[in-house]
Design a binder for this molecule. Structure first.
Ligand SMILES: *Cc1c(COP(=O)(O)O)cnc(C)c1O
Length: 382
C-alpha cells in the first residue's frame, strides 16, 4: 500500500513520511548535506562573500532594492523586528486579520506596546483593500499597516498589490508577513509598495528552520530613525543589524553569531531555485495546485477556496459532512505515510490543509495525495 519516498524525509515507525504540511517542508538532500557541513566562523572574507550571495538572491526573490538581513530566529523573530523597529510604544497600527496569523500580528503589535486597530474579514475570505482605505481615512493617526500575505491557516492570499498603493498614498508604512509565501508565490516588494517584509527559511525557501530573512526599504528606515533607541530590546532592533552590516560589513557583518550551517543550507536551496528559475518554480507550484484541486473534486471533495483565488503552495479541502478533518489527517498518515494538516481555530475540524511548498514536491506526490483522498472517500462510502 505505502509507496516509499526517496530522499531526505523523516521516518516514523520505519515508514518514510511524505511531509506535506504548510511548513516546515521536506528539503533537498543537498540542502541537508550543507546543513551537516563543518561549523565555520561567521566572519572573514570567505564568509562575508557567502552571506552576501545569500542576501543578493533573497533581494531578487523579495524584488526589492532595499536591504535584506538574515535574523537568527524563526519567521516570527523577523516579524517582531519589523513591527518593533518601525514603531514605538503608544503608536497606532492597523492590522488586517482574516486568520490565525493575522491574529498573531495583532498579538505581536500589542506585545510591542502598540495600539491596534483591526480590519477583519471572515476566515476564508481575503481582506478588503477598500475597507482598509476607509479605516485609514477615519484615523490619520495610524502610523502603519500590517498584513499577512499568505494566510496559512485558511490558504487565502491577501491582495498585497492592492493594499500597498493605498497605504503609500496615505503616507503610512506597510509591513507584510510573507513567511509562507516568499519563494513560492510571486512577490514584488517595491512595486507593491511594501516597506518591510518578513519571511522564514523553512517554508517556500526550502531550507531547515532557523533564519528569519527580513527586507527593509528607505521609508522603513526613515520611520525607524525617527525613534529613540533601546525601546524594545536589542536583538530585534533593526538598527543594530544595520550598524554591524555598515561598520563591520567587510569582515563580521552581523551583531550575533550567524547560524552558519543554516546559511550554508539556504545558499544551496537558493542556488537550486535560481537554477530552476524563480518564475518557473512558481509556475510549477501553481500547476501542482491545479492538479490537486482537480483530484480533490474527482474524489468528491470541494477545495476551500475557488480556483481563481488559488494559493500555489497550499491547498485546503472542505471535510465532507459528518467527517472531522482529523480523520482524514489520520488516514493519510496511517494508510499512505503522508503528513498533512487539519484546520486551525474555528476551521479546525472543517478543513484539511495540504502544503506543496517544498522544492522537492513533484506531481507524483500530488497524484498520491489524490489517490489517498479518493481512497478515503471510497472507504467511507462518501
Ligand atoms: C509559519 C508562519 C509564521 C510563523 O513562522 P515561524 O517561523 O514559526 O515563527 C508566521 N506567519 C505565517 C503566515 C506563517 O505561515
Amino acid at each position: 500500500m505505502i509507496r516509499m519516498k526517496e530522499g531526505s524525509g523523516i521516518v516514523v515507525a520505519n515508514k518514510k513520511i511524505r511531509m506535506m504540511i504548510p511548513g516546515p517542508v521536506e528539503v533537498h538532500p543537498d540542502v541537508l548535506k550543507a546543513m551537516g557541513s563543518a561549523v565555520e566562523p561567521h566572519y572573514g572574507d570567505a564568509w562575508v562573500a557567502k552571506q552576501q550571495r545569500v542576501t543578493e538572491i533573497l533581494k531578487e526573490i523579495f524584488n526589492t532594492a532595499g536591504d535584506v538581513y538574515l535574523l537568527v530566529g524563526s519567521g516570527t523573530c523577523a516579524i517582531d523586528a519589523a513591527i518593533g523597529s518601525c514603531l514605538q510604544g503608544g503608536e497606532k497600527i492597523l492590522v488586517g486579520t482574516n486568520g490565525y496569523f493575522g491574529d498573531r500580528l495583532v498579538s505581536i503589535a500589542k506585545h510591542n506596546g502598540l495600539e491596534v486597530i483591526e480590519v477583519k474579514a471572515t476566515w476564508g475570505e481575503e481582506l478588503d483593500a477598500d475597507e482598509i482605505e476607509r479605516a485609514l481615512e477615519r484615523d490619520p493617526s495610524i502610523k502603519a499597516v500590517a498584513v499577512v500575505h499568505s494566510e496559512t491557516s485558511t490558504t487565502v492570499l491577501n491582495p498585497i498589490q492592492d493594499i500597498g498603493p493605498i497605504v503609500r498614498r496615505h503616507g503610512q508604512l506597510f509591513i507584510v508577513d510573507a513567511v509562507s509565501s516568499l519563494g513560492g508565490v510571486p512577490f514584488s516588494m517595491d512595486e507593491w509598495c511594501v516597506d518591510a517584509c518578513a519571511t522564514a527559511t523553512q517554508k517556500c525557501l526550502g531550507a531547515p528552520p532557523g533564519l528569519g530573512p527580513i527586507a527593509v526599504n528607505e521609508r522603513a528606515w526613515k520611520s525607524i530613525d525617527r525613534l529613540q533607541t533601546g525601546e524594545h530590546g536589542w536583538y530585534t532592533d533593526l538598527r543594530v543589524w544595520r550598524q554591524y552590516a555598515q561598520e563591520w560589513g567587510d569582515w563580521h557583518p552581523t551583531p550575533v553569531t550567524m547560524a552558519t550551517n543554516n546559511v550554508n543550507a539556504l545558499l544551496v536551496s537558493l542556488t537550486q531555485l535560481k537554477a530552476e528559475g524563480i518564475t518557473k518554480r512558481m509556475e510549477r507550484y501553481r500547476s501542482l495546485a491545479l492538479q490537486l484541486r482537480e483530484g480533490m473534486r474527482k474524489a468528491g471533495i470541494a477545495p476551500f477556496t475557488p480556483d481563481e483565488k488559488l494559493n500555489p503552495v497550499l491547498t485546503a479541502g472542505v471535510a465532507p459532512s459528518g467527517v472531522n478533518s482529523a480523520e482524514i489527517v489520520r488516514y493519510f498518515l496511517q494508510e499512505y505515510a503522508i503528513q498533512i494538516s487539519g484546520g486551525l481555530g474555528a476551521l479546525k475540524a472543517g478543513i484539511f490543509r495540504i502544503g506543496h511548498m517544498s522544492p522537492v514536491m513533484t506531481s507524483e506526490d500530488i497524484e498520491l495525495v489524490c489517490e489517498a483522498l479518493a481512497s478515503f472517500c471510497r472507504t467511507r462510502n462518501l
